[in-house]
Design a protein around this ligand. Structure first.
Ligand code: DGL
Length: 261
């Protein structure tokens, strides 16, 4: 079984790609909805949640763990790998490398949570992979919560996003990296704002390919999906159609369940 987790709904964008790439795998998704968002919490808190959830998923029988969250990966993936030395752990990191490679203008931007923006891991990723390309880091507080509340496309948000992106677009950024898994669900609002100037870049498919490489026996199951949440599990299930994830809904083996971690 493959365990996938995030603070809330964002990681479902990664889960959908994994489900498509591994149609027979049994998947369990855990949303830490009692504590969402993680992006404005301190590093110690995020690390505690990540270690607890990782342990819980292993106790449920998961033999491959996907941290479907840039914030959790930036803050705690190394600690999680240390505590689970026998379990492959796949993290999600902003696509700085492909964006820098694709940039013609020599300038890109990455949209992240506050915690990811301040992380040493993001600085290192940029040092290692951006080369001479300039990277604008744009923290977007409140955006993950907008996805959680399913306020995806109100006109006020389009204006907020336009103002947020204007300086980097005006400066010539031609690749906009979605550095938080929640933001994939805001792409329909962001795409018209950047149209003609820049491309949005999400890494969900690349993460799914990495899962295929590591899946081993996990690839062979009954193609079932279990949804767990630390609060209001019914909201998680109800969000699937609202997020356009109808295919995931058909894989659900049972109703979403409350879990304590
Ligand atoms: N989806 C997460 C990420 O990729 C975290 C969002 C949040 O909880 O603040 O960063």
């Amino acid at each position: 079984m493959i365990g996938v987790f995030d603070s809330g709904l964002g990681g479902l964008s990664v889960l959908a790609a994994i489900a498509q790439a591994l149609p027979d795998a049994d998947l369990v998704y855990l949303a830490d909805t009692a504590h969402v968002p993680w992006g404005d919490k301190d590093d110690t808190f995020i690390r505690q949640r990540v270690l607890k959830i990782g342990q819980h998923l292993v106790e449920q029988g998961c033999t491959l763990i996907v941290v479907a969250c840039n914030t959790a990966t930036a803050t705690a993936v190394s600690a999680l790998r240390e505590t689970l030395p026998d379990i492959p752990v796949v993290g999600v990191e902003p696509g700085i490398k492909p964006a820098a490679a694709a940039s013609k203008s020599g300038r890109i931007a990455v949209l992240t949570t506050t915690a990811t923006a301040r992380s040493e891991r993001l600085s290192r990723l940029i040092r290692q992979h951006a080369g001479t390309v300039q990277v604008d880091i744009l923290p977007c507080p409140g955006w993950a919560t907008r996805v959680e509340t399913l306020h995806l496309d109100d006109p006020g948000f389009a204006e907020t996003a336009r103002l947020q992106l204007a300086p980097t677009l005006d400066a010539g950024a031609d690749q906009i990296v979605l550095g938080c898994t929640h933001y994939a669900f805001l792409a329909p609002v962001l795409a018209p704002i950047v149209a003609g100037q820049a491309t949005l870049l999400d890494v969900a498919d690349a993460v799914a390919r990495q899962c295929v490489r590591l899946a081993g026996a996990c690839a062979l199951g009954h193609g079932q999906l279990t949804l767990l949440a630390t609060a209001q599990p019914e909201r998680l299930q109800a969000a699937l159609p609202a997020l356009g994830l109808h295919r995931l809904a058909t894989r659900l083996a049972a109703s979403a369940r409350l879990t304590t971690t």
